[in-house]
Design a protein around this ligand. Structure first.
Ligand code: ADP
Ligand code: MG
Length: 685
């Protein structure tokens, strides 16, 4: 059965709908039937008005027999109308939605869904959803109705219909690529059954079984894929075996501090790789402030001492500049030339820099990820370090390999996740962990307050500023929308300028600013020319301004634990006691728990353990913060057991048959090749 037929073969899907499907990355019938529901709704059957029961959520169809009226009660507007069918009449009410008044006309036929309650002796349906007739699904016998993530060009009904046609096309004849022995061992259902049930579950039980199979598949492919990437792309002979280490050792002995035990251990691991027989491919995880930079510096210096170039890439210009500054300070006294390459440089500057990189007179290159994108020629690059979150993927590696390099790769991540999880999701890398902070660090005092504390907080900030300290305020943004973010930052700044002592210098940053502007304000802040910096989360992860001692986070409930911990890590970097103030009026249980965790904990690894436990639905932002891969149906957090199971299985398969070349894996390898070609960048970047 050829399931790679274009989506336009489905009845009702023309050019226009096909275009809409492109937004969802759906091109073929195969893509379509793998577009899974995000949730399921109990199918509620239509009731006659005379049959509805108190406290029941139900669906009714009737005609509007009394137009909606707005009634004001105390401070709220209640909109009330009446609907009838051939068996009776029912009041419908909405609260604080006065505009509902103009939504209906007399005798209009409507379908409404909501809870029926008894109030003042009257049956009424409260705040119902208005169901468009064409959204009513056909199969009313089904217990669970799938809800798909939609876009505005597609109605639920259309999409459901198209998907079912797609399933019809494949007629349950898709090849089941898992060998029977695996299905038996892990008690997995057949593939076509799973696919059908995920879209049309018979009942909860069937749905669970279907989900388990599809989640298992997704995780298993991911793990096998990582292992294959590791085998094919990353396990390579070390072309740059470093030998000399007297300069590095001398540098180490002259540092104004001793490495922590954790830093020493990680440095030894890195050194072992660089001197060893295979190319390094290592992830260093360490909490904010654990001192990852110095470890990176040692590795870069080691490269230079052995006659090679090294580069360090940062996700933003602000961070690249900060690294450039500290590396120049540390290494130029040794006669080492450090260069920087970022987007805001002029063309001429870039060309000059490129020339010096090509002829080898610059030994260490700091820059944004554009370094690899641009047609830069290195003299003899042997080490690539990427800082914060960004992984150095297969694609970049291929790009460099095309230039004749197979450099060592070191990734620094400041969003720690538990080691067990790290080993699984970064299966293609070796993992080192810096699990200790340099001595003498003060604990950042963390408080969770309601917004009526604001005045007191501002007074506290003024006092700290008088003492010469500085402050960050992260202010609320409604959603991930740069326009709104900008407005919110500007408004907030205006507001506090009115209440805070006018001698206090306040500036703001937002995501719509040009890199140059951002750099300017960040630098001014870092030089102490700004007292309060208001911003959204553009305060870059990794920014180091030791004189800043207060971090205020408005609407703290919007962030996951990892995000809050990261933001808090911007302070507590110097000798002065620092404070983090989390403002939220949310009474939600999960928010309170999260705030408590932060008040009581400062260790990023422990916080990340809590983060995994205290997750609400739809916490995707948290996942992004961790830099973890996102899956279509599996959840790293909810399906950890399956993740572990597949990890063990993938390793076993890989050790027995690393190319999956035996007959029983043939369908599997075909599928992995196909899906990895599409998503390899997502997995490895
Ligand atoms: P991060 O891991 O968040 O990138 P940094 O590398 O920026 O942390 O280090 C934070 C601060 O700690 C820097 O000012 C650095 O000089 C200092 N530092 C790093 N290692 C040590 C150490 N072993 N002893 C004392 N201070 C250290
Ligand atoms: Mg850092």
């Amino acid at each position: 059965m050829n399931n790679l037929i274009p989506i336009t073969d489905i009845k009702g899907v023309g050019e226009k709908t096909a275009k809409a499907f492109e937004k969802l990355n759906i091109y073929t019938i195969n893509d379509l039937i793998h577009y899974y529901p995000r949730d399921y709704e109990e199918n509620i059957s239509m009731k006659k008005i005379s049959e509805v029961e108190i406290n029941e959520i139900c669906l009714i169809e009737g005609d509007v027999c009394e137009l909606p009226q707005n009634i004001r009660k105390k401070n709220i507007v209640i909109t009330k109308m009446k609907v009838r069918d051939e068996t009776g009449q029912l009041y419908i009410t909405w609260f604080r939605q006065p505009y509902m008044k103009n939504k209906f006309s007399i005798n209009e036929n409507v379908v409404l869904k909501g809870k029926v309650i008894l109030k003042y002796g009257q049956l009424q349906m409260e705040s119902p959803q208005i169901i468009r007739k064409d959204e009513l699904l056909l199969q009313s016998t089904q217990q669970l109705l799938p809800i798909y993530p939609l876009i505005k060009e597609l109605t639920l009904r259309n999409l459901t219909d198209f998907i079912n046609q797609g399933l019809e096309y494949t007629k349950g004849q898709l090849k089941d690529y898992l060998p029977n022995e695996i299905k038996e061992r892990y008690m997995l259902c057949e593939y076509n059954y799973a696919l059908y049930q995920i879209h049309n579950p018979d009942d909860e039980f069937a749905l669970e079984i279907a989900k388990k199979r599809l989640i298992f598949d997704e995780f298993l492919f991911f793990q096998l894929g990582l292992l294959m990437i590791k085998n094919e792309c990353f396990v390579m002979d070390n072309q740059f075996q470093y030998k000399e280490e007297s300069l590095v050792n001398k540098f180490l002995s002259q540092l104004p501090f001793n490495l922590t035990n954790a830093q020493t251990k990680v440095w030894e691991e890195i050194k072992g790789d660089l001197k060893g027989s295979l190319t390094m491919n290592r992830l260093v995880q360490g909490d904010v402030g654990s001192g990852k930079t110095i470890v990176a510096v040692l590795a870069l210096l080691f490269a230079v001492e052995n006659g090679y170039q090294g580069t360090m890439m940062a996700p933003t210009e602000v961070l690249a500049k900060q690294h450039y500054k500290s590396l120049t300070n540390l290494l130029e006294p040794l006669g080492i030339k450090v260069g920087i390459l970022v987007g805001s440089m002029t063309k001429k500057q870039k060309l000059e820099m490129a020339a010096e990189i090509a002829n080898g007179s610059i030994q260490i290159i700091i820059g944004t990820h554009a370094i690899i994108q641009d047609p830069i020629r290195f003299h003899n690059l042997s080490l690539v370090i990427t800082d914060e979150q960004h992984r150095f993927g297969v694609k970049q590696r291929e790009k460099l390999a095309g230039k004749g390099h197979h450099p060592h790769v070191l990734v620094m991540s400041a969003t720690p996740i538990p080691r067990t999880l790290a080993l699984i999701v970064y299966g293609d890398m070796d993992v080192s962990i810096i699990d200790e902070l340099p001595p003498g660090r003060q604990i950042i005092k963390t408080y969770h307050v309601k917004s009526n504390y604001r005045e007191r907080i501002y007074a506290f900030i003024e006092k700290e500023i008088e003492l010469g300290r500085q402050c960050y305020i992260v202010c609320p943004a409604v959603e991930e929308n740069e326009e709104l973010e900008m407005e919110s930052v500007i408004q907030y700044t205006d507001k506090i300028k009115k209440v805070i002592n006018p001698s206090v210098r306040i500036e703001y940053l937002h995501g719509k600013m040009k890199a140059k502007e951002k750099n300017f304000f960040m630098e001014s802040f870092s030089e102490g020319k700004i007292d309060i910096l208001v911003s959204t989360t553009v305060i870059e992860v990794g920014v180091n301004v030791p004189n800043a001692t207060i971090m205020v986070i408005e609407n703290a409930e919007r962030f996951g634990l990892a995000g809050l911990h990261q933001l808090r890590g911007r302070v507590g970097r110097g000798e002065h006691q620092s404070h983090c103030i989390l403002i939220t009026d949310s009474n939600a249980d999960i928010t309170k728990k999260r705030m408590k965790v932060l008040e009581n904990n400062s260790d990023g690894f422990i916080i990340s353990e809590y983060d995994l436990k205290l997750r609400g639905p739809g916490d995707a932002f948290g996942i992004k913060q961790h830099g973890l891969p996102e899956f279509k149906i599996g959840s790293i957090f909810e399906n950890m057991d399956v993740l572990k199971e597949t990890h063990i299985l993938a390793k076993k398969i890989n050790s027995e048959d690393d190319k999956l070349s035996s007959e029983k894996y043939k369908p599997l390898i075909e599928l992995i090749n196909r899906s990895f070609n599409q998503s390899i960048s997502q997995i490895s970047l």
